[in-house]
Design a protein around this ligand. Sequence first.
Ligand code: SMG
Ligand code: MG
Length: 368
Amino acid sequence: MKLEAVELRRLDVPLVRPFRTSFGVQTHRDVLLVRVLTDEGEGWSECVALADPVYSSEYVAGAQAVLTGHLLPRLFAAADLTGRSVAPALAGVIGHRMAKAAVETAVLDAELRSYGISLARYLGAERSHVECGVSVGIASSVDALLAEVQSYVDQGYRRIKLKIQPGWDVEPVRAVREAFGPDLPLQVDANTAYDAATMPRLHALEEFGLLLIEQPFVEEDLHQHAVLSRQMRTPVCLDESIVSAAVAADAINRGACSIVNVKAGRVGGYLESVRIHDVCAALGVPVWCGGMLETGLGRAANLALAALPNFRLVGDTSASDRYFAEDLTEPFVLVDGRLPVPTGPGVGVDLRRDVVTAMTQSTETVRP
Ligand code: SMG
Ligand code: MG
């Protein structure tokens, strides 16, 4: 394919409720949509960077700047563009994985639409439906948390993940365990909020039979995760630390984690995600699909990935109404705790242009 133009569209999409984590509160999703126009047709994707650099160093305005200034010029220069040729063409730019993932996914979408095959099939998906969990933010009180968890249990979610931080950990986890019993699949995510001084609070979670503890320490500190992994029976899972298949293999070999959260944006795209899936499978480590509050466009691609065989734990791919009153695509609706894997060409969903237009804040078109 030949890349002819790229449209970068910024949207302001309100969330149905604030989502509080150890690094801040999200009330809106500042979404960057990437539309590639090629001689074979167009493709779309969503960049998962947040408005501020608080989950990782990337943020939406930075992603847009690196796309226009550094990534897209390299792709315009590429003679024979395919999804697989994007990462090598961009390798000269260090980092900026979320921006790279967004453009790679849009190119893949265009390419696969031109062949008429789905992303799920292209990646090697083996399931038609994906079991869904839900990530529950830090609440204003334990009672408010229990009410929120109850509503998700009633909707059929198959696993609950609680966001924790020092001071919001043992008490809410104990309350959820006592209210919902030992059989509720339950895990926690600290988003790097702990350190050596607060580590005893993590040990205190051992008695609650959690499926895993996700990313307790800063992303660079594999050693501290390895120490905790040795000390606890509860598995340690890494999210922020795992930025590539090489890092995944290293973290597992050092004993820093026994489970991996895969997010395509964090690792530079769906192709690197499949490599992580494969290296983890080879090392006997299960993976699960994380989420970045994606709209239906990003969710569709995540469901394709989550349908691969080593995605053996329930992930954070929740239904549209968990996030948005109005999604950018036809809403994903939970049925029996599962979502369907899209089967149409490319990512397999289409944008509702009227909704996209109504939420658009700015549009920039980049040409060679
Ligand atoms: O998409 O359901 C979702 C959000 C899942 O908790 C979630 N994501 O660290 O895993 C994580 C967080 C990062 C994003 S918080 C805005
Ligand atoms: Mg996480």
